[in-house]
Design a protein around this ligand. Structure first.
Ligand SMILES: Cc1cc2nc3c(=O)[nH]c(=O)nc-3n(C[C@H](O)[C@H](O)[C@H](O)COP(=O)(O)O)c2cc1C
Length: 463
């Protein structure tokens, strides 16, 4: 049975000993960020900050480790990949509910809208202010009505206003651009505190003509239950803890930033659009949600890793059937560094697969192809392949003038987001096709060799 809501996932984390409640006062300014970082570094638990200076608890760190991701998918390392692929291959339409639903137990409009009532942390010392970082934005393509969900950050600029970053190559950014063309006022909603699969769905890389509710239904194995928003033409998950409905004034900008970002660097302040809140609806006694982003590994990276790897694998597999696995590790922000395990069927095929990965919307800067005997999740093995199977003058190539990866600090902030370009490095670390190559100097059978003397005395104690 999939999790019905946020609270069921909190219960599951609690059962696993992966959730703690902090009842002493914790300052939303910097202290929450420090506590989360300490928990991340120690593979620690999710945290509910109960005494945060507001009337509502702040739940954070829910996606901070791989084991929590596996718990969200109700899978283990052996089943996760197949389970996600099965979900992506079996989309399921949502159910639209009528009548009272949990996420609209309390409805705040007009003068009652006041973001300062909610626990919204300022995470890193140079951040421009308090940020909603765990929010899932629901928007629609204004021409087709196709629903998108994706995470987008929001800086609080007033009691009913926020500013945000929507990259022009992410669907919310594209929807805003289409609204501008069609002279429509964009509407969207931030959803906080959902069943965890929706958060991972928000990171699935799907074509623009995809209904993300269907993707979420497939991944959950059950339809997402939706309810119509109160002030805008959108549907949101009925069991969400908090929903912030808003409109965007496309003629208006305000300085947004800096924010400590997933690259491990601050993005400087720059003019960004303004979101005007039309309603906040929430459950009774809602949980607000927090998430620290910054130098890898953070929740941001864990959220992306499973959906990004499955999405890129599916795209590559369609053209390159011998692709076995794709690794997109947190060290590259789960974007900039991609390793493909494949068995080329002809000379040059690995290069084609590298170019296809470079052409994906995750915009990697480094793409390495190795053969499937290399464990692509083990950097030692990948570096071994790069050291001894690569002839740099043949196998390393630079593709100039590729679109820059999201928030790449090496590209700088000079140009507008849509105008930033970079370059990408491809490394074909598969052995030269059709040529004889030195034998791997391993000692087959070493794993099963009976060698009791090797056990250290500590291991033998009690045996
Ligand atoms: C925690 C988190 C915060 C994110 N914040 C932003 C953001 O502020 N702006 C943005 O363009 N992308 C952001 N992203 C990346 C997008 O959510 C992500 O690439 C997603 O796949 C975009 O999906 P879409 O194109 O379907 O909307 C964030 C990702 C995560 C995990």
């Amino acid at each position: 049975m999939p999790y019905q809501d946020f609270r069921q996932f909190l219960d599951a984390l609690r059962r696993e000993g992966d959730l703690i409640e902090v009842t002493r006062p914790v300052d939303l300014k910097y202290e929450v960020g420090k506590a989360l970082k300490q928990s991340y570094v120690h593979d620690g638990p999710a945290i509910i900050f109960k005494n945060n200076g507001t009337e509502f608890p702040l739940a954070a760190g829910l996606y901070s480790t791989r084991s929590k991701a596996l718990l969200a998918f109700e899978a283990d390392e052996d089943t996760i990949f197949a389970k996600v692929l099965h979900g992506l291959d079996n989309p399921m339409p949502p159910l639209l509910l009528n009548g009272a639903t949990p996420c609209q137990e309390v409805i705040l409009t007009g003068a009652d809208i006041d973001l300062s009532r909610f626990p919204i942390p300022t995470y890193s010392p140079k951040d421009g202010g308090p940020y909603i970082t765990a929010g899932i934005v629901v928007s629609k393509d204004p021409a087709t009505g196709m629903a998108d969900v994706g995470h987008y950050r929001f800086q609080i600029t007033g009691k009913n206003t926020m500013s945000f970053l929507a990259q022009p190559f992410h669907r919310f950014g594209k929807n805003l651009a289409k609204c501008r063309e069609l002279k429509r006022k964009p509407q969207a909603a931030i959803v906080l505190g959902t069943d965890p699969i929706l958060a991972y769905t928000a990171q699935v890389q799907s074509p623009d003509a995809t209904d993300d509710w269907q993707v979420a239904g497939g991944l959950r194995g059950a339809p997402v239950e939706l309810v119509r928003c109160k002030t805008i033409d959108l549907e949101v998950p009925a069991t969400a803890e908090v929903v912030i409905e808003f409109e965007v004034d496309l003629g208006e900008t305000v300085m947004e930033g800096p924010l400590g970002e997933y690259t491990g660097y601050y993005t400087p302040a720059s003019p960004k659009p303004v979101a005007h809140i039309t309603a906040i609806t929430h459950r009774k006694n809602p949980y607000f949600q927090g998430l620290l982003t910054g130098k890898p590994v953070t929740e941001n990276h864990i959220l992306k890793e499973i959906p990004f790897e499955a999405s890129v694998w599916r795209t590559l597999k369609a053209q390159f059937p011998t692709v076995e696995r794709v690794a997109i590790p947190p060290s590259g922000g789960v974007s900039f560094y991609v390793v493909i395990a494949m068995r080329p069927r002809f000379a040059g095929e690995a290069r084609q697969a590298i170019l296809a990965a470079m052409a994906s919307n995750i915009r990697p800067k480094w793409v390495i192809a190795v053969e499937p005997d290399i464990d692509i999740y083990n950097p030692d093995e990948v570096e071994w392949a790069m050291s001894f199977r690569v002839r740099p003058e043949h196998d390393v190539f630079v593709v100039p003038s590729t679109p820059a990866g999201p928030l790449d600090p090496s590209v700088g902030e000079g140009a507008a987001l849509a105008a930033r370009t970079s370059s990408a490095v491809g490394i074909d670390a598969t052995r030269p096709f059709g040529e004889t190559f030195a034998d791997v100097a391993d000692v087959p059978g070493w794993q099963s060799y009976n060698f009791p003397e090797l056990r250290r005395p500590r291991d033998q104690a009690g045996r």
